[in-house]
Ligand binder design. Structure first.
Ligand SMILES: Nc1ncnc2c1ncn2[C@@H]1O[C@H](COP(=O)(O)OP(=O)(O)O)[C@@H](O)[C@H]1O
Ligand SMILES: [Mg+2]
Length: 281
């Protein structure tokens, strides 16, 4: 049965998509069978995994939206595509992805499946075929697709670029996680907070200390609330900033498929080892 991990933070440019595709690639390079689900209208995860940009390929009219529209008539398996990487399959985002929230409401009316529970039901149909399912999410705080991803997940990873906005977004995304855990009486584990695009500068160190490490209330009262819950959650393996990530967009492939020895790639391989320890696999 697959372990499902969502990459979530309600802000664009945090490193979600980069983390999703390179983590999935690291898993596949380690012999795991992985299903990636792209829920973002930008379809960048789909591009990195298939080599096709949005609108370059219709995928036979079989994207995430189409799967929702055909729910109950056509099995989920029919909407799964092979990626360009051995061991990774993908449910793609296409130009109909913006219509998904409306389609989920329609589905709720006709089938009784609650809009935010769709992914949970759909992925349970195919979970036994994979070791891991990794979901990339849109840069929204409380979107129906984000809630779908969270409810379907055993774990979430929150990537943060070390700036004020991302750290605030972390807090908001985590409160949504806690709210859904409570509402459904289930566990959605915060597996870790992942600093991305890290440059070794004074500012990086400042934010790391400010946000995560300084738990001394008198010295830093404003951050006490944030520092206490997340201090132990931050991954040891940060992702450094590196050109290979830009090249990766150019070649429409995960960075790990371009140069395994580039710094951010080594970081993603190490992150995968750290994740395996955290989830005991
Ligand atoms: N480690 C990194 N080094 C350099 N650039 C990066 C790195 N991670 C992400 N980027 C760049 O930052 C931008 C946002 O990353 P992305 O993964 O698309 O974030 P999100 O999915 O959260 O919007 C992209 O242009 C991406 O190429
Ligand atoms: Mg993205």
């Amino acid at each position: 049965m697959a372990i499902c991990i969502s990459i979530v933070v309600g802000k664009g440019g945090a490193g979600k998509t980069t983390t999703c595709v390179n983590l999935a690639t690291a898993m596949a390079m380690d012999g795991k069978k992985v299903l990636v689900v792209d829920t973002d209208t930008q379809a960048n995860t789909t591009m990195f995994l298939t080599g096709y940009k949005l609108n370059e390929k219709a995928f036979g009219g079989k994207g995430l939206f189409d799967m929702i529209r055909a729910w109950g008539l056509i099995d989920v398996e029919n909407y799964i595509h092979h990626s360009q990487i051995d061991g990774i399959d993908v449910i793609v985002s296409n130009d109909a992805t913006p219509l998904i929230p409306q389609q989920l409401e329609t589905l709720e009316k006709v089938s009784g499946i609650k809009a935010q529970e769709f992914m949970l039901h759909a992925l349970s149909q195919v979970a036994e075929n994979y070791d891991f399912i990794v979901i990339d999410t849109p840069p929204a705080q409380n979107d129906v697709l984000v809630r779908n991803a969270l409810l379907a997940s055993d774990h979430i990873i929150v990537p943060v670029k070390l700036d004020e906005q991302c750290i605030d977004a972390l807090k908001l995304s985590d409160s949504l996680r806690l709210q859904l855990e409570k509402e459904y009486d289930t566990e959605i584990n915060l597996l870790g907070v992942l600093p991305t695009m890290v440059e070794r500068t004074a500012l990086t160190t400042y934010y790391l200390d400010l946000a995560f490490r300084n738990t001394n209330e008198e010295e830093n009262p404003a951050r006490q609330e944030l520092a206490v819950p997340y201090k132990d959650k931050i991954f040891e393996n940060y992702i450094h900033k590196g050109n290979v990530i830009n090249e990766s967009s150019l070649y429409k492939k995960p960075a790990l498929m371009i140069n395994k020895k580039a710094k951010p790639c080594i970081d993603y391989l190490n992150l995968w080892q750290e994740i395996k320890e955290r989830i005991d696999r």
